[in-house]
Design a protein around this ligand. Sequence first.
Ligand SMILES: C[S@@+](CC[C@H](N)C(=O)[O-])C[C@H]1O[C@@H](n2cnc3c(N)ncnc32)[C@H](O)[C@@H]1O
Length: 430
Amino acid sequence: MKKAFTVVSSHRVASRTAFRGRCLSFASSAKSAVWSSSPRNLHVQCSSSNTLPLCERRAVHTSSLEELRKWRSWAQDKAVSVGDKYRIADGGPDSHDLLRELEWMLEDVVSHVPMSSSPHCMPNGSKDCQEKQPNTFLNAETYDGPSETLLETLAGVRHVQHADPLRALKWRDIKNFEPSDFQRVVYLRASLEELSTLWTERVQHRRPFQYVVGCAHWRDFVLFVKEGVLIPRPETEQMIDLAQDLIDLQPNLAKGLWADLGTGSGALAIGLGSILHPQGNIVAVDVSDEALFIASLNIQRYELQDKIRVLKGSWFSPLEDLKGKLAGVLSNPPYIPSSHIATLQAEVGCYEPKKALDGGQQGTDDLTCICEGASWALQSGGYMILETNGGVQAETVANVLDSMAGGPFCDIQLVKDYAGIVRFVKAMHV
Ligand SMILES: C[S@@+](CC[C@H](N)C(=O)[O-])C[C@H]1O[C@@H](n2cnc3c(N)ncnc32)[C@H](O)[C@@H]1O
């Protein structure tokens, strides 16, 4: 028998993201899902031998402002040549979107710090914070995170003093300079040649912008991403607001242990890390080595390594010791029906990892598996929040929870996203 679940709209008004991922979409409206075909003949390759995000590289390249403006003009022409053909083909970016991304890319590449290899300290802190403090809330082997070398490389671009005020200018400061300033030297984090390669990958090969620049803006965070790791989406930001709403009602939940299942870039775990009480902890689980690597890197950048344990395994399998102990579970698992994968926007279908997208025939294989696991892993009064493909799929998941043997869940709610689509399923363990 089909049950009517409460459908609620979140009262928070808007995403806080600086929204640099707008033209990347796979979360559909169940009512209006339009899966048009995307070009299958894209030559997928990338120049990412340098894995550091553009904004984190040292500014070891120079150009005159005039050369840079010429390069920008070339890049603008390329963007304009796209017109609306990608949008019509598969809902991809149009010229307007690409021109906006071009300005973001220049923001990332024009350095406001002088070239320097000193001093070496960790983001927002001292060198001491590189020393890992093992956290002890779970008897499982933690994923062995990124190498010290990579962290030190990242650290090298921080905390450099601006001796010369001219060098402390950002792209937005210099782009409107007068012609008399065009001979000024600009410090760049990539050569104009590399930028041309990156921009060609973006515009012609449709490599996602976030992979091109190596990072995604999500809530208040700038998260590293690269091929092999899902780019965190704006709609997923709302899951942290939903968790915050639960914590506001039951503050003790913030002192408990939470799980982010299928952590990807670590976005949800890091978001949770920013709202839990100092006593609260998080386990971030994924099966993908690429995801675990990037999640660990992001967690360390935000100095949350003492609060978040990164574990390799399938859903609840690394958490068997935690039966009945979790205060909360957040998951945005793969939920796209297998038959839709081949028809996704090229940026998604050709570049993002299939294991982050494909949820089986109906898209509910992983969602169902997580519901079953949460039935033994959550403590009494603990909550689970799941992201779904929306609409009917969200209702299916709510029905799965409602019909589970022994009735482990109550207060099952469907929650609309900010676009008004029933997207999330929330439930409490009895
Ligand atoms: C849709 S992505 C979500 C990533 C991230 N949580 C976010 O919201 O941006 C799904 C993630 O689940 C991971 N995943 C897929 N199958 C899994 C499994 N059996 N166990 C754990 N993680 C899995 C994928 O590697 C991917 O990182």
